[in-house]
Design a protein around this ligand. Structure first.
Ligand code: KIV
Length: 286
């Protein structure tokens, strides 16, 4: 098992090998995705929506990010780990941005941080990189600017807007970003940006020609039947699987079929020394 690093990702771009990236928010998911050899795990502030139930990512705090990052880090051995800088953690000043990025690395066990925004964040990127922390940029649809964008709408349509995003990508590379998320932009623009910079691009709704792809893991697993945007492919229907399992459990408990003898302790002392009782299916305790 070879650890994925920022150098691995650059080499993958150079070799034309596509990068796989998914979000993770806890140790159990991280362990499964890591075992599936997903290259990059992002502890995204999307957790504000899919885990916490908010309408936007804006309420997510630094303390919450650190908590989820640390959980994901405990479940991961191979994947490269990226922690999202939440809204308010890097916009006010470069000093604050550096301190908060350091928390994601020192307390959260992350190996890089991600922040949203274009050329206007170059100084912040430079300062975090100078502190020894790799920075992944994020342009196009930047969910933390939902109110400025007037909703979650495709970005970079039209010559001027496309040119602006190309300039942002170059500026962020120049400032020291090691990789760039391209979110919800036309596929031809995704391809042009990818060709125009040496650092790997990872797309979400940005077409096939990005150097890699990222999805929110809950979307890929089909956890929310009401959420089916164009850029998401559902590789499973966990909403159905979880609903069915909970329904069967409810029926068996109500009908007295669970717990059966197989799942019940007797008062007789076992002749052999008792095996350790398994509590939950936690990593390393199975
Ligand atoms: O927060 C997040 O999950 C993200 C990805 C969608 C790129 O930023």
């Amino acid at each position: 098992m070879k650890k994925v690093t920022i150098h691995t990702l650059r080499k993958m771009k150079q070799a034309g090998e596509r990068i796989t990236m998914l979000t993770a928010y806890d140790a159990s998911f991280a362990r499964l995705l890591d075992q599936a050899q997903i290259d990059v795990l992002l502890v995204g502030d999307s957790l504000g929506m899919v885990v916490q139930g908010h309408d936007t990512t804006l309420p997510v705090t630094m303390d919450q990010m650190v908590y989820h990052c640390a959980a994901v880090a405990r479940g991961t051995s191979r994947a490269h780990l990226v922690g999202d800088m939440p809204f308010g953690s890097y916009q006010a000043s470069a000093d604050e941005a550096v301190k908060n990025a350091m928390r994601l690395v020192a307390e959260g066990g992350m190996e890089a941080v991600k922040l949203e925004g274009g050329a206007e964040y170059c100084e912040v990127v430079e300062r975090i990189v100078r502190a020894g922390i790799p920075v992944m940029g994020h342009i196009g649809l930047t969910p933390q600017s939902v109110h400025k964008m007037g909703g979650y709408v495709v970005q970079g349509r039209g010559e001027d807007k496309a040119a602006r995003l190309i300039a942002d990508a170059r500026a962020l590379e120049e400032a020291g970003c090691y990789s760039l998320i391209l979110e919800a932009i036309p596929a031809d623009l995704g391809a042009e940006i990818t060709r125009g910079i040496a650092i790997p691009t990872v797309g979400i709704g940005a077409g096939l020609d990005c150097d890699g792809q990222v999805l929110v893991v809950y979307d890929l697993l089909g956890m929310n039947p009401e959420f089916s945007p164009k850029f998401v492919k559902k590789y499973a229907n966990l909403a159905q699987v979880i609903g069915d399992a909970a329904t069967r459990y409810r029926e068996e408990v109500r009908g007295g079929a669970f717990p059966s003898a197989e799942h019940t302790f007797s008062s007789e002392k076992p002749s052999a020394p008792p095996a350790a009782v398994k509590l939950y299916s936690v990593a390393g305790r199975e």
